[in-house]
Ligand binder design. Structure first.
Ligand code: IMP
Ligand code: MG
Length: 179
């Protein structure tokens, strides 16, 4: 079989992502020593990063998922956020680590953080695989960041373009002419 062509231009390889997940997993383990942790993945984009990360978190953990969508066109997010799948556990007095694929304008996470804070958890932090700081529109800072990226349209390793490419085992970007 012929070698498969890559989608877009590769920015970060699987090996680099796995290495970074190990580093951050260890740091999170140190930071929460003696504490319990709820690892809250955001569907669908965060699943690969969450899987890599949590293998390296050596604490008493539970996992859950939430899905928040910011509506807009397929490549830019609007300011309107809707929770389309709610958390399924009681987070009162729990340490919550939101695991996200990418922080772009920051709108989604700012909303999600406030939404969760209403349920009085003990703490809320954010671990994002990617951060696009140049695009930020609201005041939102992740506590743990895998990689910073330029203002590019990223796909792969959970990230989609029109729901495709989430399965790619690398992070790449599409040219404006491709989207
Ligand atoms: P924000 O609310 O603008 O921070 O948008 C966050 C969400 O938009 C992410 O969780 C992604 O689902 C999506 N998103 C932002 N940038 C990209 C990208 O470059 N590629 C794919 N999805 C993206
Ligand atoms: Mg997302």
């Amino acid at each position: 079989m012929a070698e498969k062509e890559t989608v877009g231009k590769i920015l970060i390889t699987e090996k680099e992502i796995v290495k970074r997940a190990k580093e951050l997993g260890r740091q999170i383990t140190r930071d929460y020593q003696g504490e319990e942790l709820v690892i809250l993945g955001t569907l669908k984009g965060a699943i690969m990063w969450m899987a890599d990360l949590m293998k390296n978190i050596d604490l008493d953990t539970r996992i859950d998922f939430v899905s928040a969508s910011s509506y807009g066109s397929s490549t830019t997010s609007s300011g309107v956020v809707k929770i389309t799948k709610d958390i399924s556990m009681d987070i009162y007095n729990k340490n919550i680590l939101i695991v996200e694929d990418i922080v772009d304008t920051g709108t989604t996470l700012k909303y999600l953080k406030a939404y969760l804070a209403d349920r009085n958890p003990k703490s809320i932090r954010i671990c994002t695989m990617l951060d696009k700081p140049s695009r930020r529109k609201v005041d939102l800072q992740a506590d743990y960041i895998g990689f910073q990226v330029e203002d590019l349209f990223i796909v792969g390793y959970g990230l989609d373009y029109d729901q495709k490419y989430r399965n790619l085992p690398y992070i790449s970007y599409l040219e404006p002419s491709e989207i």
